[in-house]
Write a protein that binds this ligand. Sequence first.
Ligand code: SF4
Ligand code: SF4
Length: 388
Amino acid sequence: MEGPTYEIVGKVERYDERDNVFARECLEPGSPEEIEYHRRKPHLAQVDRALGGFIRAKRDTSAGGWEKAYYQGAFSPIAHLGLPDCVDGVPLSPGAGRSAGENSSIIKALALHLGADMVGIGPLKQEWVYSHRGVLPFFGEQRANPPLFEGMPRHYTGGRYGDPIVIEHPNAIAMAFAQDLDVMRAGPGEASDLEVGRVYARSALVAVQVARFIRTLGYSARAHHLRNYCVLVVPVAVDAGLGELARCGYMVSRRYGADTRLSCVTTDMPLAHDRPADIGIQDFCSKCLKCARTCPAGAIPTGGKVEVNGTLRWKVDAEKCLLYWEKAGAACMICQTVCPWSKPPTAFHRAVAWTAVNIPASRRALVALDDVFYGSRFKQGPRPAWVG
Ligand code: SF4
Ligand code: SF4
């Protein structure tokens, strides 16, 4: 297997982060950004107002309460890890260089020790770098505050809404962080909100730690995580060999299925690349429609792949998905939890995964058996004791 399993069938234009639903939901009605965006895309104005309901309710700090505490407690601190001088900075003078293979071994072991569950290294393809900044927070007024805060690093791009983004690093270190399946199954609700935030926080911290580590060795390195992405992390992780792009729109890995969150570090440090993974997901998803069947919003397609910006893939309706989150009052993770690949990595489940990977003829039967053992529909699990 030489290349990744996604199919490029046309010209891939760099993605403008302003078009992402998570950027559009943050547009303040009447703000210069909102007016300018909907002047260019008037057909999205109505749906974007509706999309904003979810995040406005979550971020409203005019009143507290138990429900809000789970979201605020988990998600709000991550924004601080998105500050420009946290994700990026000026490399120190280089020390003694090591080979790409040695660097890779050390960086992977370090990231695993810091808390990543999977690490892979691949090329950073320019088509996965955002063309323009679209998601808050923005940093136009960032002040220097030595010794711990250094202000806006040299070469930092994408500080304000609509700024062009330039990331020229040749390599990407992709990291996956597993969510607790039992907690996720208790959602959608406060428990799953907190679990998603907990794992995103860990993924952000490890990314900024690894990036800082690499800059201290004299190389340029930038962390990309929930609160400050400049790249599309799913294809970057696929190129780094962590898994494959699946029907549900998430990356599915052999060990954790769809039940992970991703972050990455891009860098010019010499690194050896991993091979992309082919675990049979493209064929498996063509036989398994479980995420599409169970999605309460009907956002996951039941049909075949379509061309999206030069790539052939299953196209998830992100607007329908996010509008369902508002209705549910919490981020929904049903597709991640019902996926037959999302299982605890016990010896039994590793053996089932081995069968799915190595015996393609078994896949249809494994899909049916998953329904028999785990149910064909999503069943909400018990709430953890820490949910009041
Ligand atoms: S998160 Fe929920 S609503 Fe969104 S695609 Fe997955 S199952 Fe559907
Ligand atoms: S639930 Fe089935 S169709 Fe959906 S991503 Fe997982 S394997 Fe693919």
